[in-house]
Design a protein around this ligand. Structure first.
Ligand SMILES: C[S@@+](CC[C@H](N)C(=O)[O-])C[C@H]1O[C@@H](n2cnc3c(N)ncnc32)[C@H](O)[C@@H]1O
Ligand SMILES: Nc1nc2[nH]cc(C(=O)O)c2c(=O)[nH]1
Ligand code: SF4
Ligand SMILES: [Mg+2]
Length: 209
């Protein structure tokens, strides 16, 4: 097992597309102040992805884990959300250790398609048909957040709900460009299947990052 020291925090670097302090727009923590770190690199290729510029890791500068944690700590909130791109394409052990040292709760937004690393206080699993989650992450998710692009995605959502821990929160979220058509279907689905909740990308409605 590798030992993480303060030295590691300056040595380990990750490709970072953007960092911003905002409110969590989705899921269980919707409305809470959070510092987002968006890592570059994704090999899943969702055709409706709302952040395609993140896919090519080589287009994004490498930043040390020490600098990421120090900059995050300048803001008063103590939730850090690691997203991407697909953040699990990188080893996140050092990043989560550095954030914990600054007193953060560590949250991740992931498709679960690469092996889990890092030490997370909250795992949001958003399974994708284009590269399915690895089996081991399914029981570890704190929330499942399935994007609904068409009717067949409800069955995809149920498949992963069956693999989740009984405490796992269940969200279905309309694909942004199809939200007008899909949101009414989600509302009906939630009324018929009340174990599910609607998640909206609230940040897009209020124009914050
Ligand atoms: C951009 S992804 C990055 C993290 C990770 N690759 C993943 O897909 O979970 C962050 C969240 O946004 C969701 N998302 C991406 N594009 C979307 C879209 N067009 N409409 C609704 N949700 C979307 C993803 O499903 C995921 O829950
Ligand atoms: N405000 C805000 N909330 C978010 N929740 C998940 C996001 C993501 O892209 O991972 C996201 C995002 O990009 N912005
Ligand atoms: S897995 Fe996430 S980042 Fe990758 S293409 Fe899909 S939504 Fe976009
Ligand atoms: Mg987003």
């Amino acid at each position: 097992m590798s030992v993480i020291t303060t030295d590691t925090f300056t040595t380990v670097q990750l490709p970072v597309m953007e960092r911003f302090y905002t409110i969590q727009g989705e899921g269980n923590y919707q409305g809470r102040a959070a510092y987002f770190i968006r890592l570059g690199g994704c090999d899943v290729g969702c055709h409706w992805c709302d952040v395609k510029d993140s896919w090519d890791a080589s287009r994004h500068p490498l930043i040390s884990v020490a600098d990421l944690a120090t900059e995050a700590a300048r803001y008063p909130g103590r939730i850090a959300v690691i997203t991407g791109g697909e953040p699990l394409m990188h080893n996140l052990d050092a990043l989560t250790a550095a954030l914990h040292e600054e007193g953060f709760r560590t949250h991740i937004e992931t498709s679960g398609s690469s092996p889990l690393s890092g030490n997370f206080d909250w795992i949001t699993l958003s399974p994708k048909k284009f590269k399915a989650p690895l089996p081991e992450i399914c029981g570890l998710a704190n929330e499942l957040k399935v994007v609904i692009f068409n009717k067949s995605d409800f069955a995809w959502a149920e498949k992963y709900a069956a693999l989740a821990n009984p405490d796992c929160k269940l969200y279905i979220q309309p694909e942004w460009d199809r939200a007008q058509q899909i949101t009414p279907l989600i509302i009906d689905y939630v009324k018929d299947n009340p174990q599910w909740q609607l998640s909206l990308q609230v940040h897009k409605y209020i124009n914050v990052p």
